[in-house]
Design a protein around this ligand. Structure first.
Ligand code: NIG
Ligand code: FE
Length: 390
């Protein structure tokens, strides 16, 4: 609108702050649909093993992978984990992320899982990034146990412990997750845990159809899950049922890229009208904190259009974590989370691989990050010439 339009709605704008974004773009803050950001003990040695040809499940069976991280997490203090988490969130923010879904899952025993969830809760209060917390006690079967007895422990002890800790305001868990995978938690245990979680009042968003076809999409529809992550091996029937039950597919191109496995059928999911969201899957296996990088990979390797990647990394990701009412787009009534891009077209965010033109990041209307070399263009009055919007 024009200056006079604004003044007739909001009064005298001359005394309000004006951000001059002439020649720049503004897009919604990015939303990361799937992260495992609380961990210690890097796994760069495993990256080398995988580059030399080892598969994810081979490393896992040798006691590496999740098991390696579990041993480190159990020994770490809450303070240590929090201190490691904050710079990771800072990096996400610099790359334009304003809301994430974040999982526990490296404790695999009640107290260590609660420790991770408390770290997420604390960061959700202290850090500008919004965090939706997902309890992933069933990320792997801990050493010395088996899937059936551990699933029973998750249902009988861990889920009630999370409910109690939420009630004490020590955690803020909304979702429950399971690694639904051959040789990890198969159909029986996955259904048992997800059902118990649902009865306890949690929403569901779980890892499915990643390394083997598990019919996770069908199970998700049956249990009315909010989302399934991965979906590399989703079946035709799974896609049909996910669409009918409005279950989102959270696709993670970094995982397929790093593990050199097949990508999920993104275009088939879209053709079936499954809401497609994106996530970084940041974890010690897939060390990527940048959603623009994920968007780039999703376009090149998963065949999304740039428009589809933008929707998947904003509004659809917000929907996959039950936040679409307030996040994921620039609309009246939503949080003012947005990015200012130093580019004449928003597509440069995806196009400029590894050097995204993010000038500043705004959370609920406040500037929370400004690129150090970007001089702020803040004035105290609107320009006298009319503002035209395109
Ligand atoms: O989403 N597939 C299981 N979970 C993670 C990997 C976790 C890990 O390897 O530490 C994933 O890729
Ligand atoms: Fe994951």
């Amino acid at each position: 609108g024009t200056t006079s339009d604004l003044e007739s709605r909001y009064g005298n704008v001359a005394f309000q702050k004006v951000l001059d974004a002439t020649g720049m773009c503004i897009i919604p803050g990015l939303v990361d649909g799937h992260t495992h950001p609380v961990w210690c003990g890097d796994r760069v040695h495993e990256f080398a093993m995988k580059l030399a040809g080892a598969t994810y499940l081979e490393v896992h069976k040798m006691g590496g992978g999740i098991g390696f991280t579990v041993e480190h997490i159990r020994r770490a203090s809450e303070e240590e984990l929090y201190t490691l988490l904050i710079p990771r969130l800072d990096a996400m923010l610099r790359h334009g992320t304003t809301l994430i879904e974040a999982k526990s899952g490296y404790g695999l025993e009640t107290e260590a899982e609660l420790k991770m969830l408390r770290v997420l809760h604390r960061a959700s209060i202290t850090h500008p990034i919004d965090i939706v917390s997902n309890f992933l006690g069933a990320h792997s079967v801990p050493k010395g146990s088996d899937a059936a007895s551990y699933a029973k422990l998750v249902c009988d002890e861990q889920i009630p412990a999370v409910v109690a800790s939420n009630a004490r305001n020590e955690t803020s868990v909304e979702f429950v997750d399971v690694f639904h995978e051959k040789g990890v938690f198969e159909g029986v245990e996955t259904r048992q845990i997800l059902q118990a979680a649902k009865e306890a009042g949690f929403l569901l968003n779980f890892h499915g159809d990643e390394l083997h076809p598990m019919e996770s999409g069908v199970l998700a529809a049956e249990l009315q899950a909010t989302a399934v992550s991965h979906c590399e091996h989703v079946s035709e029937e799974g896609m049909r049922q996910m669409a009918a039950a409005n279950v989102a597919a959270v696709l993670l191109p970094t995982t397929a890229y790093m593990l050199r496995i097949a990508y999920p059928p993104a275009q088939a999911l879209i053709a079936h009208q499954v809401p497609v969201a994106l996530g970084s899957d940041f974890n010690p296996n897939a060390h990527c904190l940048s959603l623009p990088m994920v968007m780039h990979l999703s376009c090149v390797n998963m065949h999304l259009t740039m428009e589809e990647a933008l929707v998947a990394a904003t509004l659809n990701a917000a929907a996959s974590m039950n936040r679409a009412e307030k996040h994921g787009s620039l609309e009246v009534g939503k949080c003012g989370d947005f990015l200012v891009l130093d580019a004449t077209h928003w597509k440069h965010l995806i196009y400029a691989l590894g050097d995204e033109p993010i000038r500043s990041v705004w959370k609920s209307g406040q500037c929370v990050y400004q690129r150090p070399d970007a001089v702020p263009v803040l004035r105290s009055a609107l320009p006298t010439s009319p503002i035209t919007s395109q």
